[in-house]
Structure formats: C-alpha cells, structure tokens
Design a protein around this ligand. Structure first.
Ligand code: FES
Length: 158
C-alpha cells in the first residue's frame, strides 16, 4: 500500500502543540491518526526526529494501544463482534469466512484498499447475535453462507 506523503511542517506543528503536555506522544499520535486515518510509517519517522524520541519507543506506544492503526483502513470497515453472545452464536465462523474470502487477517486491509477487518467486543445489539457491521450498517443473525452475498453488495457499490 502506498504511503501518504508527509508534510513535515504539519507534523512539526502537531508535535509543537503537545510538546510540553503530559502524555504528549499519545496525544500527538491521536492527532496524526485523526488526520491520516492511521499512523503511516514515514510519519512516525518524522515524529521521531521532531520529538527526539526513538522510533522503537513510538512503535511501542502504537502497538500497545489497539486503537492505533499502522495500515490505512479500507473504504469499507467490517467489524465482527466476538463478544460472548455473538461468540456463542458462531461469530468466529463469520470471521473465518471473511478472512478466507478476502484473504486478510484481523486488523488488515485488502490490497485494493476496499475492505478492512476488525473484531470487536460487543456492538450493543446482542439480541441480534451474531452481529457484524460494515461502515456502521448492522447485520444481525448472520450466517456463514450469507457473508459472500453481503460483501459482494459492497464490491459492486464501489
Ligand atoms: S456480544 Fe455481540 S453485540 Fe453484544
């Protein structure tokens, strides 16, 4: 996947804003992710220079918090619930089906940038278990053999 070009001035400004604040690295990373949708590697490199923090430390923080993404999210973000109710009703099978249809793992994006797969804990509609969501649209009582049909709807929308 192509890296976004980096505007060093912009990154410098973000870093400057948080420089002397507590937890500044996390705040800077939040702002970077809000801006780019993820934390591109070349941005981490630039941050390391600007903040004088080793790259390894930056990656330690990024990988510690699940919230931060190292890859660009896809056009359609699929979230499959692995909360207890959904798990018991077979959501791991839904995850497996998506992985094998799209050939990606959890937290990954298809090379064409179309789909991104996340697993989450409870989407708040356990009565519809197993539940998956695509860009905010909820699919309840999903069966493994329905997954392909649901995904192809989005493919054709593209
Ligand atoms: S456990 Fe899946 S929606 Fe609550």
């Amino acid at each position: 996947m192509e890296q976004k070009s980096v505007d060093a001035k912009e990154i410098g400004a973000i870093a400057e804003k948080w420089r002397d604040k507590k937890g500044s690295l996390i705040m800077v990373l939040h702002e970077i992710q809000n801006h780019y949708g993820y934390v591109p590697r070349n941005v981490s490199l630039e941050l390391s220079k600007v903040l004088g923090i080793p790259l390894a430390r930056i990656y330690e923080v990024i990988t510690f918090y699940n919230y931060f993404k190292l890859e660009p999210p896809g056009k359609f973000t699929i979230a499959v619930c692995l909360g207890t109710a959904c798990y018991l009703k077979g959501s791991p099978e839904i995850v497996d089906e998506i992985k094998s249809l799209l050939n990606i793992g959890e937290g990954e994006t298809t090379p064409d940038g179309l789909f991104h797969l996340d697993v989450v804990r409870c989407l708040g509609c356990c009565g519809l278990a197993p539940v998956m969501m695509i860009n905010g649209q909820v699919y309840g009582k999903v069966k493994r053999n329905e997954v392909m049909g649901i995904l192809s709807k989005y493919k054709s929308e593209d």
